[in-house]
Design a binder for this molecule. Structure first.
Ligand SMILES: [Zn+2]
Length: 759
């Protein structure tokens, strides 16, 4: 009996257990009787799912390069349109015209005694069938860099994050007038050229060090799954934390006649040229560098001595020139009208554009979305109709800047704010554990769905597996505080908290701009896709070996996201429980207060070190460094408005949840109808019209992508980022804004609770 066969047997046993327990398990938002009916519906939905079918679609969709503007990307949209229609959906393609630069010319040369010209090209790999199409792919580049032709000395800046610049300053190395060479990792790609530009650099190169996703992590493709020497990570460097979407049309849909900014007036485009390169191309530049020995944490896995450059440095010639014309994009939108509440929309999305073939990112998620739509179409053919309207969307142009979803959300903003109940996103998917991030009002829903889906390889439920992992990770020596806290929750059998949403996929416009409750779902952690991310080698052949060979986690994601959609569509009352919202806010408030305390401790330590002359005395006298500069001292902050708002929120959510539980199944039709828009609009009460400091597009006051993290989330961002950057007046101002917003949310809850209790 092979290993896999053992697993299949235990899966079958797990399924039987799940089925036997089904009728007893309550479903949040449904009466017991409706929960039974729902479980029967979900079982039928599961029967319609086929891994083989998704495999076939994945092969077709990833057979040619499918970046924005490519013929295959458009053909994929048309293929999906035809499929959605054949499954009984009312489908259409919505087109927008966006600024999408594509490279015309690229050059990178090392000058000096050992001249070298970078290949800037990914070569075919044996056993990877589509890799022979390298010439039809976009060359490696980063979208929305600034174009230019520069010759300058090079400085190696490690990950190119703020702390790396501090370390260089300490060594007396400046990047002013230089070309920086940064490695991928530690922070979002777009921050690297942006911070380089802010520090006065004239160009930026970004390479993938084998320490991070190459041979130091595992064998490289095709022997293993990791990045081969010539592999390059493409990507966007648009400043999406200012606003997402088309750089020329912030806040409005990029329709034909939309009013547009110019490339020069758009604030999300960089000004210096930047290029991503392979480690084969980066090594000669790093090897040629002089200057001080790079600090320990700067050193990667190349067989060279890492130096910072900047003194007696190597110099380089960098040229990037792009075609900056508008390109059409194709969003596929499929609608199934709700029979009871047609004006309540439950929206599901995944993007279909890739950087090259995009087998994992995004097509592994996109074929799951298609499979769900097919299975829902099959349910509809048996006479079932969702209570609320289902909208299935396959977005274009996510890769350059979440553009297809953002333009659609902006073009339909008013209608969405009236009608959208929730947005459910996915993107790449592979073997592993269920990952879920999003609005805490949906936390209970997600936890219950995880209870009802079986992990295909262990036979445990995906919730049980996730709990087991949290407990083990939290018990490791040196575990982070959050990991320990999660382990404790997992051990007690409580709900696993949702992680907050930052950025990095198509939910941004929905949650952060419009205030629509959103979640992002996907399996991961056991595939080996990181090393081919955004390269020519994110291919069908690679996915078959290192993504999800049996397409069983593809089926698991369809079961997970499908259940979330079907429960949101059919629940007696939209399945939102709000205690997790106040729980999250209290947790975040505690964290921001701790940040202030930490800043105070840091200040005191700095003063003591300066006064005792410790910085100079601890230096090697033959290699003196520059002592760090003092920071703006901490000023007192008054948190009383936030304390009061958090307490009121806790009371309001408890009262609401109690009234909700008593009301499900006991509302008249008129009461239920009146409650619908109130429930779906709740999350919008967490937004403030003025938005975040310096970025008014971001309205949500609880979650945002960080200005200095890019993808990573910042919670209570208006307060937290002001504290982190020591802008004390701004922190105080946002304490007032966030407290006012939370009070507005609580007041809305209190009114809703009164309505529910009066049933
Ligand atoms: Zn993606």
């Amino acid at each position: 009996m092979s290993f896999r066969k053992v697993l299949v047997a235990s899966v079958a046993a797990g399924l039987m257990l799940a089925a036997a327990g089904a009728s007893a398990a309550p479903i949040f938002g449904f009466t017991p009787e409706h929960a039974d009916r729902q479980q029967a519906l979900e079982a039928k939905f599961d029967q319609a799912l086929s891994g083989e079918e998704m495999k076939g679609w994945l092969e077709t969709l990833s057979s040619e390069p499918n970046h924005v503007g490519s013929p295959h990307d458009k053909a994929n949209a048309e293929l999906m349109l035809a499929k959605f229609k054949s499954w009984g959906w009312d489908a259409r393609i919505e087109t927008f015209d966006i600024l999408y630069p594509t490279p015309i010319a690229e050059k990178l040369e090392l000058l000096g005694p050992h001249p070298f010209t970078a290949a800037l090209h990914e070569t075919p790999v044996e056993g990877d069938r589509t890799s022979v199409q390298a010439d039809r792919a976009l060359p490696p580049y980063v979208a929305y860099q600034g174009d230019g032709d520069v010759t300058a000395d090079i400085v190696y800046v490690n990950y190119g994050m703020p702390e790396d610049y501090k370390a260089l300053e300490h060594l007396g190395i400046s990047v002013k007038g230089k070309i920086v060479l940064a490695r991928y990792g530690a922070g979002w790609r777009g921050l690297k050229p942006q911070l380089a530009e802010e520090h006065g650099a004239v160009g930026c190169l970004i390479f993938s060090d084998p320490a991070d996703d190459g041979y130091a992590t595992d064998d490289v493709w095709p022997k293993g799954g990791q990045r081969p020497p010539q592999g390059v990570q493409r990507g966007s460097v648009e400043k999406m934390m200012i606003y997402a979407g088309d750089p020329l049309t912030p806040g409005v849909g990029a329709t034909k006649d939309a009013k547009r900014l110019t490339r020069e007036t758009a604030t999300t485009i960089l000004h210096i040229p930047a290029l991503p390169i392979s480690y084969a191309d980066a090594q000669p530049f790093l090897a040629a560098m002089g200057g001080p020995l790079a600090p320990r944490n700067f050193r990667g896995a190349l067989p060279i001595t890492y130096r910072t450059g900047g003194v007696g440095a190597a110099s380089a010639h960098l040229l990037v020139k792009s075609d900056w014309s508008l390109k059409p994009i194709y969003d596929v939108i499929a609608v199934m009208k709700g029979k009871e509440f047609p004006d309540q929309w439950v929206i599901r999305g995944n993007h279909h554009d890739g950087w090259v073939f995009g087998a994992t990112d995004p097509l592994s998620g996109n074929v799951v979305l298609m499979e769900e739509a097919k299975a829902i179409g099959a349910l509809a053919r048996t006479g079932w109709r969702p209570k609320r309207t289902l909208v299935y969307a396959s977005w274009d142009a996510e890769e350059p800047g979440l553009i297809g979803s953002t333009e659609w959300a902006e073009a339909h903003a008013a209608e969405l704010q009236k009608k959208a109940v929730a947005y459910v996103n996915s993107d790449s998917n592979e073997r592993g554990f269920l990952g879920a991030e999003g609005s805490h009002s949906l936390q209970s829903l997600v936890n219950q769905v995880a209870r009802d889906v079986t992990d295909p390889e262990t036979g445990a439920t995906v919730a049980t597996r996730r709990r087991a992992r949290a407990q083990v990770e939290g018990s490791r020596p040196g575990a982070r505080e959050e990991a320990k806290a999660e382990a404790e929750i997992a051990a007690k059998g409580g709900e696993m908290p949702l992680a907050p949403l930052g950025s990095g996929s198509d939910y941004s416009a929905f949650i952060q701009h419009l205030g629509i409750a959103s979640i992002n779902l996907g399996y991961g952690g056991e595939g080996e896709m990181g090393g081919v991310y955004h390269s020519l080698y994110d291919s069908y052949d690679h996915y078959l070996r290192y993504g999800d060979p049996d397409f069983r986690y593809e089926v698991a994601l369809a079961q997970t996201a499908g259940r979330v959609m079907l429960r949101l569509a059919d629940a007696d009352v939209p399945p939102m429980r709000l205690a997790p919202v106040s729980g999250a806010v209290s947790r975040y408030l505690k964290e921001v207060k701790q940040l202030v305390e930490k800043a105070r401790t840091d200040d005191a330590r700095f003063v003591a070190l300066s006064q005792s002359n410790a910085f100079a005395l601890s230096d090697d006298p033959t290699h003196p460094t520059h002592p760090p500069a003092a920071e703006t001292p901490v000023e007192p902050l008054d948190f009383s408005a936030m304390d009061a708002a958090a307490e009121r929120l806790a009371r309001a959510t408890t009262a609401f949840d109690t009234a909700y539980a008593a009301a499900v199944g006991h509302l008249s039709r008129a009461q239920a109808a009146a409650l619908e828009p109130v429930m779906s609009g709740l999350e919008q009460a967490l937004t403030a019209p003025e938005g975040l400091p310096g970025r008014p597009w971001f309205h949500h006051m609880v979650y945002a992508p960080g200005m200095l993290t890019g993808y990573g989330a910042k919670t209570l961002p208006g307060i937290r980022e002001a504290i982190e950057s020591r802008r004390w007046a701004e922190a105080q101002a946002y304490i007032a804004v966030v407290a006012r917003t939370l009070d507005g949310y609580s007041s809305r809850l209190e009114q809703t609770t009164t309505t529910l209790a009066a049933k």
